[in-house]
Design a protein around this ligand. Structure first.
Ligand code: PBG
Length: 325
Protein backbone atom coordinates (compact mmCIF):
# COMPACT_ATOMS: atom_id res chain seq x y z
CA UNK A 1 0.00 0.00 0.00
CA UNK A 2 2.79 2.42 0.80
CA UNK A 3 4.24 2.55 -2.76
CA UNK A 4 1.20 4.54 -3.84
CA UNK A 5 1.54 6.90 -0.91
CA UNK A 6 5.28 7.41 -1.24
CA UNK A 7 5.31 10.45 -3.56
CA UNK A 8 3.25 13.58 -3.85
CA UNK A 9 2.18 13.09 -7.46
CA UNK A 10 0.94 9.64 -6.65
CA UNK A 11 -1.05 10.83 -3.64
CA UNK A 12 -2.56 13.45 -5.95
CA UNK A 13 -3.57 10.74 -8.43
CA UNK A 14 -5.09 8.54 -5.77
CA UNK A 15 -7.09 11.16 -3.92
CA UNK A 16 -10.74 10.08 -3.83
CA UNK A 17 -12.38 13.32 -2.69
CA UNK A 18 -11.66 16.97 -3.21
CA UNK A 19 -12.68 20.10 -1.43
CA UNK A 20 -13.44 23.10 -3.63
CA UNK A 21 -14.76 26.56 -2.92
CA UNK A 22 -18.01 25.43 -4.56
CA UNK A 23 -18.62 23.12 -1.58
CA UNK A 24 -18.82 25.99 0.88
CA UNK A 25 -21.84 27.76 2.34
CA UNK A 26 -21.06 30.73 4.55
CA UNK A 27 -23.42 31.49 7.49
CA UNK A 28 -23.40 35.19 8.43
CA UNK A 29 -24.93 36.93 11.47
CA UNK A 30 -26.54 40.32 10.93
CA UNK A 31 -27.64 43.24 13.12
CA UNK A 32 -29.44 46.55 12.79
CA UNK A 33 -27.48 49.77 12.37
CA UNK A 34 -24.91 51.29 10.10
CA UNK A 35 -21.19 50.55 9.78
CA UNK A 36 -21.39 48.07 12.64
CA UNK A 37 -19.15 45.05 13.05
CA UNK A 38 -19.67 43.37 16.42
CA UNK A 39 -17.45 40.69 17.90
CA UNK A 40 -19.09 37.42 18.94
CA UNK A 41 -17.41 36.45 22.20
CA UNK A 42 -17.77 32.69 21.91
CA UNK A 43 -16.88 32.61 18.19
CA UNK A 44 -13.32 33.94 17.65
CA UNK A 45 -12.73 35.95 14.42
CA UNK A 46 -16.44 36.04 13.64
CA UNK A 47 -18.65 39.14 13.59
CA UNK A 48 -22.22 40.34 13.36
CA UNK A 49 -22.53 42.81 10.51
CA UNK A 50 -24.94 45.65 9.88
CA UNK A 51 -26.50 45.40 6.41
CA UNK A 52 -24.06 47.81 4.73
CA UNK A 53 -21.08 45.79 5.97
CA UNK A 54 -22.87 42.53 5.23
CA UNK A 55 -22.86 43.62 1.61
CA UNK A 56 -19.06 43.99 1.72
CA UNK A 57 -18.66 40.59 3.38
CA UNK A 58 -21.00 38.99 0.84
CA UNK A 59 -19.06 40.58 -2.02
CA UNK A 60 -15.87 39.14 -0.57
CA UNK A 61 -17.46 35.68 -0.39
CA UNK A 62 -18.81 35.97 -3.94
CA UNK A 63 -15.48 37.09 -5.35
CA UNK A 64 -13.78 34.11 -3.71
CA UNK A 65 -16.28 31.87 -5.52
CA UNK A 66 -18.44 30.82 -2.56
CA UNK A 67 -21.81 29.84 -4.10
CA UNK A 68 -24.16 30.74 -1.25
CA UNK A 69 -24.49 32.43 2.12
CA UNK A 70 -26.98 31.76 4.93
CA UNK A 71 -28.29 34.70 6.94
CA UNK A 72 -29.07 34.74 10.68
CA UNK A 73 -30.42 37.86 12.42
CA UNK A 74 -29.70 39.06 15.92
CA UNK A 75 -32.82 40.89 16.98
CA UNK A 76 -32.91 43.44 19.81
CA UNK A 77 -34.57 41.95 22.91
CA UNK A 78 -37.15 44.74 22.90
CA UNK A 79 -38.42 43.63 19.48
CA UNK A 80 -38.95 40.00 20.48
CA UNK A 81 -42.32 38.69 21.64
CA UNK A 82 -44.07 35.41 22.49
CA UNK A 83 -45.13 34.72 18.90
CA UNK A 84 -42.04 36.02 17.12
CA UNK A 85 -44.23 38.52 15.26
CA UNK A 86 -41.28 40.29 13.64
CA UNK A 87 -40.57 37.17 11.55
CA UNK A 88 -43.59 38.05 9.41
CA UNK A 89 -42.75 41.72 8.89
CA UNK A 90 -41.86 42.36 5.23
CA UNK A 91 -39.50 45.10 6.35
CA UNK A 92 -37.60 43.11 9.00
CA UNK A 93 -33.81 42.88 9.12
CA UNK A 94 -33.60 39.67 7.09
CA UNK A 95 -35.92 40.90 4.33
CA UNK A 96 -34.04 44.18 3.97
CA UNK A 97 -30.74 42.30 3.81
CA UNK A 98 -32.02 39.85 1.19
CA UNK A 99 -33.44 42.63 -0.99
CA UNK A 100 -30.18 44.56 -0.98
CA UNK A 101 -28.05 41.46 -1.66
CA UNK A 102 -30.28 40.32 -4.51
CA UNK A 103 -30.10 43.78 -6.02
CA UNK A 104 -26.31 44.13 -5.73
CA UNK A 105 -25.06 40.53 -6.09
CA UNK A 106 -27.92 38.73 -7.84
CA UNK A 107 -25.86 35.63 -8.60
CA UNK A 108 -24.93 34.89 -4.99
CA UNK A 109 -27.26 32.24 -3.54
CA UNK A 110 -29.15 33.39 -0.45
CA UNK A 111 -30.39 30.91 2.14
CA UNK A 112 -32.84 32.01 4.84
CA UNK A 113 -33.61 30.08 7.99
CA UNK A 114 -37.23 29.31 8.81
CA UNK A 115 -37.69 29.12 12.60
CA UNK A 116 -38.87 31.58 15.19
CA UNK A 117 -36.00 31.45 17.69
CA UNK A 118 -34.28 34.73 16.76
CA UNK A 119 -37.66 36.48 17.20
CA UNK A 120 -39.29 34.87 20.25
CA UNK A 121 -38.95 36.19 23.79
CA UNK A 122 -38.58 32.56 24.99
CA UNK A 123 -35.92 31.60 22.42
CA UNK A 124 -37.77 28.56 21.07
CA UNK A 125 -38.21 27.81 17.38
CA UNK A 126 -41.97 27.49 17.69
CA UNK A 127 -45.04 28.72 19.56
CA UNK A 128 -44.91 28.09 23.28
CA UNK A 129 -48.36 27.43 24.74
CA UNK A 130 -48.85 25.88 28.20
CA UNK A 131 -45.17 24.94 28.38
CA UNK A 132 -45.35 23.02 25.12
CA UNK A 133 -44.06 23.87 21.64
CA UNK A 134 -47.20 23.52 19.52
CA UNK A 135 -46.64 21.86 16.15
CA UNK A 136 -49.48 22.88 13.82
CA UNK A 137 -49.89 26.36 15.29
CA UNK A 138 -46.17 26.88 14.65
CA UNK A 139 -46.38 25.65 11.07
CA UNK A 140 -49.11 28.22 10.35
CA UNK A 141 -46.62 30.94 11.22
CA UNK A 142 -43.59 29.31 9.64
CA UNK A 143 -45.16 29.07 6.20
CA UNK A 144 -45.91 32.79 6.38
CA UNK A 145 -42.33 33.46 7.47
CA UNK A 146 -41.09 31.41 4.50
CA UNK A 147 -43.37 33.33 2.11
CA UNK A 148 -42.14 36.61 3.58
CA UNK A 149 -38.54 35.60 2.84
CA UNK A 150 -39.40 34.35 -0.65
CA UNK A 151 -41.12 37.66 -1.37
CA UNK A 152 -37.91 39.45 -0.39
CA UNK A 153 -36.06 37.39 -3.00
CA UNK A 154 -34.46 34.58 -1.05
CA UNK A 155 -33.36 31.62 -3.23
CA UNK A 156 -33.43 28.80 -0.70
CA UNK A 157 -35.79 28.40 2.24
CA UNK A 158 -34.20 26.37 5.02
CA UNK A 159 -36.61 25.25 7.76
CA UNK A 160 -34.53 24.57 10.87
CA UNK A 161 -37.45 24.34 13.29
CA UNK A 162 -37.98 20.54 13.24
CA UNK A 163 -41.79 20.73 13.41
CA UNK A 164 -43.59 17.78 11.76
CA UNK A 165 -45.05 18.40 8.31
CA UNK A 166 -43.61 21.84 7.74
CA UNK A 167 -41.82 21.06 4.48
CA UNK A 168 -45.03 20.02 2.71
CA UNK A 169 -46.92 23.09 3.92
CA UNK A 170 -44.08 25.41 2.90
CA UNK A 171 -43.88 23.77 -0.56
CA UNK A 172 -47.62 24.33 -1.03
CA UNK A 173 -47.54 27.97 -0.03
CA UNK A 174 -44.54 28.59 -2.30
CA UNK A 175 -46.27 27.02 -5.29
CA UNK A 176 -49.58 28.79 -4.62
CA UNK A 177 -47.78 32.12 -4.63
CA UNK A 178 -45.78 31.57 -7.78
CA UNK A 179 -42.48 30.73 -6.10
CA UNK A 180 -42.19 27.49 -7.98
CA UNK A 181 -38.41 27.82 -8.30
CA UNK A 182 -37.71 28.64 -4.67
CA UNK A 183 -35.82 25.66 -3.27
CA UNK A 184 -36.36 24.04 0.10
CA UNK A 185 -33.28 22.88 1.95
CA UNK A 186 -34.61 21.07 4.99
CA UNK A 187 -32.78 20.68 8.26
CA UNK A 188 -34.15 17.15 8.38
CA UNK A 189 -31.68 15.57 10.75
CA UNK A 190 -31.17 18.28 13.31
CA UNK A 191 -30.07 17.03 16.70
CA UNK A 192 -30.78 18.49 20.14
CA UNK A 193 -27.12 19.38 20.42
CA UNK A 194 -24.99 21.20 22.94
CA UNK A 195 -22.75 22.28 20.09
CA UNK A 196 -25.21 25.12 19.30
CA UNK A 197 -24.24 27.15 22.37
CA UNK A 198 -22.10 29.80 20.60
CA UNK A 199 -24.78 30.27 17.89
CA UNK A 200 -27.35 31.00 20.58
CA UNK A 201 -24.99 33.65 21.94
CA UNK A 202 -24.60 35.07 18.45
CA UNK A 203 -28.36 35.46 17.88
CA UNK A 204 -29.05 36.32 21.52
CA UNK A 205 -31.36 33.42 22.34
CA UNK A 206 -29.20 31.50 24.84
CA UNK A 207 -30.20 33.32 28.02
CA UNK A 208 -33.86 33.34 26.99
CA UNK A 209 -34.27 29.56 26.87
CA UNK A 210 -35.98 28.16 29.97
CA UNK A 211 -35.89 24.55 28.78
CA UNK A 212 -34.18 22.48 26.09
CA UNK A 213 -35.33 21.69 22.53
CA UNK A 214 -35.56 17.90 22.98
CA UNK A 215 -39.29 17.80 22.19
CA UNK A 216 -38.54 18.75 18.59
CA UNK A 217 -34.85 18.14 17.87
CA UNK A 218 -33.41 14.62 17.56
CA UNK A 219 -31.86 12.52 20.32
CA UNK A 220 -28.08 12.23 19.66
CA UNK A 221 -28.37 8.51 20.42
CA UNK A 222 -30.56 7.85 17.38
CA UNK A 223 -29.66 7.17 13.75
CA UNK A 224 -32.67 5.37 12.27
CA UNK A 225 -34.93 8.16 13.51
CA UNK A 226 -32.87 10.67 11.53
CA UNK A 227 -33.23 8.58 8.38
CA UNK A 228 -36.99 8.45 8.98
CA UNK A 229 -37.04 12.28 9.26
CA UNK A 230 -35.07 12.60 6.03
CA UNK A 231 -37.47 10.28 4.17
CA UNK A 232 -40.49 12.28 5.38
CA UNK A 233 -38.97 15.59 4.30
CA UNK A 234 -38.11 14.20 0.86
CA UNK A 235 -41.66 12.91 0.43
CA UNK A 236 -42.99 16.36 1.42
CA UNK A 237 -40.91 18.01 -1.29
CA UNK A 238 -37.52 18.91 0.18
CA UNK A 239 -34.98 19.59 -2.59
CA UNK A 240 -31.93 19.33 -0.36
CA UNK A 241 -31.18 17.86 3.06
CA UNK A 242 -29.09 19.18 5.95
CA UNK A 243 -27.52 17.08 8.70
CA UNK A 244 -26.61 19.06 11.79
CA UNK A 245 -24.24 19.22 13.68
CA UNK A 246 -21.48 17.94 11.42
CA UNK A 247 -18.51 16.08 12.82
CA UNK A 248 -20.27 13.93 15.46
CA UNK A 249 -22.90 12.92 12.86
CA UNK A 250 -20.88 11.81 9.83
CA UNK A 251 -22.67 8.46 9.90
CA UNK A 252 -25.98 10.24 9.30
CA UNK A 253 -24.57 12.07 6.27
CA UNK A 254 -23.26 8.79 4.93
CA UNK A 255 -26.53 6.96 5.44
CA UNK A 256 -28.63 9.79 3.98
CA UNK A 257 -26.55 9.97 0.82
CA UNK A 258 -26.38 6.18 0.43
CA UNK A 259 -30.06 5.58 0.92
CA UNK A 260 -31.67 8.54 -0.85
CA UNK A 261 -29.03 9.88 -3.29
CA UNK A 262 -30.27 13.42 -2.69
CA UNK A 263 -28.20 16.60 -2.36
CA UNK A 264 -26.95 16.39 1.23
CA UNK A 265 -25.25 19.12 3.26
CA UNK A 266 -23.36 19.03 6.52
CA UNK A 267 -23.58 21.92 8.98
CA UNK A 268 -20.30 22.37 10.83
CA UNK A 269 -21.97 24.22 13.69
CA UNK A 270 -20.87 27.02 15.96
CA UNK A 271 -19.57 24.73 18.71
CA UNK A 272 -17.40 22.84 16.25
CA UNK A 273 -16.00 26.12 14.96
CA UNK A 274 -15.30 27.46 18.45
CA UNK A 275 -13.80 24.18 19.64
CA UNK A 276 -11.32 24.15 16.76
CA UNK A 277 -10.42 27.79 17.37
CA UNK A 278 -9.96 27.23 21.09
CA UNK A 279 -7.56 24.38 20.44
CA UNK A 280 -5.68 26.33 17.78
CA UNK A 281 -5.38 29.38 20.06
CA UNK A 282 -3.64 27.15 22.58
CA UNK A 283 -1.37 25.75 19.89
CA UNK A 284 -2.84 22.31 20.52
CA UNK A 285 -3.88 22.09 16.87
CA UNK A 286 -2.89 23.77 13.62
CA UNK A 287 -5.89 25.83 12.53
CA UNK A 288 -5.42 25.68 8.76
CA UNK A 289 -4.72 21.98 8.65
CA UNK A 290 -7.67 21.21 10.90
CA UNK A 291 -10.00 23.35 8.77
CA UNK A 292 -9.06 21.27 5.75
CA UNK A 293 -9.22 17.92 7.51
CA UNK A 294 -12.59 18.66 9.08
CA UNK A 295 -14.08 19.78 5.75
CA UNK A 296 -12.69 16.96 3.61
CA UNK A 297 -14.14 14.54 6.17
CA UNK A 298 -17.62 15.80 5.28
CA UNK A 299 -16.92 15.25 1.58
CA UNK A 300 -15.67 11.73 2.25
CA UNK A 301 -18.81 10.95 4.24
CA UNK A 302 -20.86 11.92 1.19
CA UNK A 303 -21.81 15.57 1.72
CA UNK A 304 -22.27 17.67 -1.40
CA UNK A 305 -21.45 20.81 0.54
CA UNK A 306 -20.83 22.20 4.00
CA UNK A 307 -22.17 25.11 6.00
CA UNK A 308 -19.07 26.40 7.73
CA UNK A 309 -18.07 29.54 9.60
CA UNK A 310 -14.59 28.84 8.18
CA UNK A 311 -15.88 29.42 4.63
CA UNK A 312 -13.83 32.56 3.96
CA UNK A 313 -10.63 31.12 5.46
CA UNK A 314 -11.12 27.85 3.61
CA UNK A 315 -11.76 29.66 0.33
CA UNK A 316 -8.56 31.66 0.77
CA UNK A 317 -6.58 28.51 1.56
CA UNK A 318 -8.01 26.77 -1.49
CA UNK A 319 -7.11 29.72 -3.67
CA UNK A 320 -3.53 29.63 -2.40
CA UNK A 321 -3.60 25.90 -3.02
CA UNK A 322 -2.55 25.29 0.56
CA UNK A 323 -4.99 22.58 1.33
CA UNK A 324 -3.04 19.48 2.12
CA UNK A 325 -1.63 18.26 5.37
C1 PBG B 1 -32.25 27.63 15.27
C2 PBG B 1 -30.91 27.34 14.74
C3 PBG B 1 -29.85 26.90 15.53
C4 PBG B 1 -28.75 26.80 14.69
C5 PBG B 1 -29.16 27.17 13.41
N1 PBG B 1 -30.52 27.48 13.45
C6 PBG B 1 -29.71 26.66 16.98
C7 PBG B 1 -30.75 25.94 17.71
O1 PBG B 1 -31.46 25.10 17.18
O2 PBG B 1 -30.85 26.23 18.88
C8 PBG B 1 -27.38 26.38 15.14
C9 PBG B 1 -26.26 26.70 14.27
C10 PBG B 1 -24.95 26.64 14.93
O3 PBG B 1 -24.78 26.24 16.08
O4 PBG B 1 -23.99 27.02 14.24
N2 PBG B 1 -33.33 27.48 14.47
Amino acid sequence: MRRNRMRNFSRDLMRENILTVKDLIYPIFIIEGHNKKEKINSMPNLFRFSIDLLLKEAERAFELGIPAIALFPKIDSGKKDEEGTLALDPDNLICRAVKLLKQKIPKLGIICDVALDPYTSHGHDGLLINNEIKNDETINILCKQALNQANAGCDIIAPSDMMDGRVGVIRDIMDENGFINTQIMAYSAKYASNFYGPFRDAVGSRNKLQFDKKSYQLDPANGDEAIHEVSLDISEGADMIIVKPGMPYLDIIYRTKKKFSVPTYAYQVSGEYSMIHAAANNNFLNLEKIIYESLIGFKRAGADGVFTYFAIEAAILLKKNQVSF
